[in-house]
Structures are given as structure tokens and as C-alpha cells.
Design a protein around this ligand. Sequence first.
Ligand code: HAM
Length: 424
Amino acid sequence: MLQNVRGTYDILDDEYARFTYVNDLFTHFMNLYGYKMIKTPVIEDTAVFKKDNDTSDMVTKEMFTFSINGKDSLTLRPEGTAGVIRAYIQHKMYALEAPVKLAYIEEMFRYERPQKGRQRQFNQLGIEVLGEKSAMIDAEVIALGYTFLRTLGIEDIEVHLNTLGNNASRSRYIEALKDYFRPHIDKLCADCQMRLDKNPLRILDCKIDHELDVIKNAPTIKDYLDDEASEYFKDVLKYLDTLEIPYVIDEHMVRGLDYYTDTVFEVMNTNKEAGSQSTIFGGGRYDNLVAEMGGPAMSGIGFAIGEERLIMAVEQAGAFPDLTTTPDVYIIDLSEGDPYVLKVAEILRRNGFSVVVNYYKRSLKSQFKSVDRYQARYTIIIGEDEIRDMKVNIKDNRSKNQEVVKSDDLVAYLDRKLGGNEYE
Ligand code: HAM
């Protein structure tokens, strides 16, 4: 039997309803905070994601990269930021009034080892604010994500925050880390030994080495921040305090992607059931990425929420409302397929009522079972008499009252009963 590919999965029925619920609230939040939705292609030139000297696992090991006819190298997007920036530059959005605030709900692809909370195809809800650098924006971006999670009913969350400094501070810190780690290189794992020259920041959040004293005692960025970077971070904290967003400063948090400068953050699910993949969303500021990708020197900031992990957290909080939908009307057809049945259904739908029709020959008993299964509010029964007289037999499944109504009067009848959900 044909099966889905490892690390991918089908989103069915109730699960689909949960995605829709979360997406709708996200879209609502985007209106509240003034973002415009954007959709970029799933495939991009590999160069969109891969830059010289990339060290992140995502770019070096996890990309679905392929070429067609031995020509272009293409990649299924592993994250949203690079594609959005490619579009921002290509469509000269930098000429618009800054900041340009963009949001996306899209599938991402990473060749990772699948486990709970980690798939090879997954969904992200992301935002990017481009063209303006301000501590106010950083705080607002974090507040947006935090408030979104709280509005969904997730309470067990912790905001982890750090700064990587501006370019000048960051370079000084990187040199200091190299000097510090070099004499201890043999204590580090093989990956970290490679990271030492290329990106020693990543050593700080190594999953293998994080318990080592040499990592715990490593110099922290705050001693290398210049006044500008230090003031900037203090301002971010000040705004977060004003907005009453609780946070933990985590001096070893550097994020898994290479492009960050200044503010970085991750929001963790602290529920006991969360498991090892507990980061619901992460993001940060990037001062250099737009220029590196060929645009003007403009800063940006954003985050991406892992939607599967988000849904898991809402489930753990028991915070999903009842999302089952039930039709207004189920039509039982005793005529075995008279066009009148379909016509009644269509008239109702055109007037905004949801209708399920029995399309094929079945016993009355099994049709009544369907009414129960669908939990329709009304049952309409159509037989030879009803067809002849252009009427229907309609039963209120709550009160059990049954009436005969002319098909011409049916919309008005249901409008009266169901409180007018006509949309025409
Ligand atoms: P990221 O930290 O790589 O950042 O991913 C963001 C979130 O996506 C993670 O916190 C996690 O919830 C989810 N995620 C990542 N990988 C997987 C996976 N294999 N399976 C399920 N969920 C996953 C970014 O992608 C950046 N583009 C965020 C950003 C936007 N930074 C600035 N702007």
C-alpha cells in the first residue's frame, strides 16, 4: 500500500479544524497589529537559503535540495524568512513606508530525524518586520507572539531572551569566545570543534556539551556589548516590562540560524507533557540579512511559530473549544433520486443554510441513522407526495415537532426558526 513519506503526515477532519481555528486567530492578530499576509513559493533557488560560510544545521544538513535536468539547484523552503526577504527585495518593498510588516502561514521542509514535535514537513505561522530598527518593534513582536499564545489558552510558557549585540559587539564577542574555547577544544564534541572557527556562538547552546563546565563558565555577551547595543537591549526589556510580558534572560541562547544580531528570543512550552521539542516559537533581529541577499542595508526582525507544536500546547492546556460543525438540515430522500431533492438542497444553500443530502438508495432506517450521526438541526423528508405538491416534510430534531412547508416558503420558515443566517 502507498504510504505518506516519513516525517510527513495527513491533516484530517478534527485536526484540520484545529489548524483552521489557529490560522483564523492568527489572521485576526495580523489585523490587530497591522500586518499584511504574504505567500511565497515552496521552491526557491538554493542560493536564497544558502550563503557563504553558513554553519547552521538547517542549511548544511537538513535542506531538501535537488536539481532538474542537472541544471538549477532548487530547495524546498526550510524556513520563511529568507523567501520573504527575497520577495521584499525583488518587489522593492523597501521603497514603501517603513516598517513593512509581513506575515505568512506556510509549510516548511527540513530533513530532520522525525520525533514528537519534529517533522520533515511542518507548518509555521511567521512574521517579519522590515526596514526599521527600534527596540519598540522588538518588544511589540515578542508581545504579539506571547499574547497570541495566551489568547489561545496556553499558560505554561516562558519567554527566553538574549541579545547577540550589534555587529561591532558581536564580532568582539566571537573573537573572545574563540580565544576562550581554543585551549579546551579537545573537551568539545566533534560538531563544536568544527564550530570553533566558523561560528563559536553555536557552541554555547550545544545539545551535547551544554552540561560541561567549560561551556557554563564561558564569557557572556554582556561584557562585550558597546553602549549602543547595551542601551538597545535595555530598551527592549523596558518596553517588555511596560507591556507586562514576563521573560527570562538566557545568556546562552544564540538560536539555530546564523543571521541574528541584537535581540533573540524563544518561547518554551513548560507543560510536563511537552517533551524535548518544547520551543513553540523563536525569532530575533537580523541587521545584515537584507544586504547579504542583495538588498539595501536594512534591518528586520521576526519570528516563526511551529504550528504543530502550538496545537499540541493548546491541546495540553485543554483550551480548544468544541470545533465540530453540524449541518442545519439533513435531507432524507424517499424518491430515489428525484431532481426536486437536489433543488431544495441548493435553494437552502444559496440562502446560507448548510445541508447534507442523501444521494443514493438507502433504507429509511439507515437514513435516520445518518441524521443522528450528522447531528443535523432539522430533518427534511421528501417523498412522492412532497414532490407532487412542491412541499417538504420538516422535523425539528430538538423539539421533535414535524410540519409540512411549501418549498417556496422554506427559506423564510428556516430564517424564522434559525434566526436569519441568510447572506444574500
Ligand atoms: P526556527 O527556530 O528554525 O526559526 O523555527 C521556528 C519554529 O518552527 C521552532 O521554534 C519550532 O516550533 C518550529 N520547527 C522548527 N523545525 C521544526 C520541525 N522539524 N518540526 C516541527 N516544528 C519545527 C525560523 O524558522 C526562523 N525563520 C524564525 C524567524 C523569523 N526569525 C526571524 N524571523
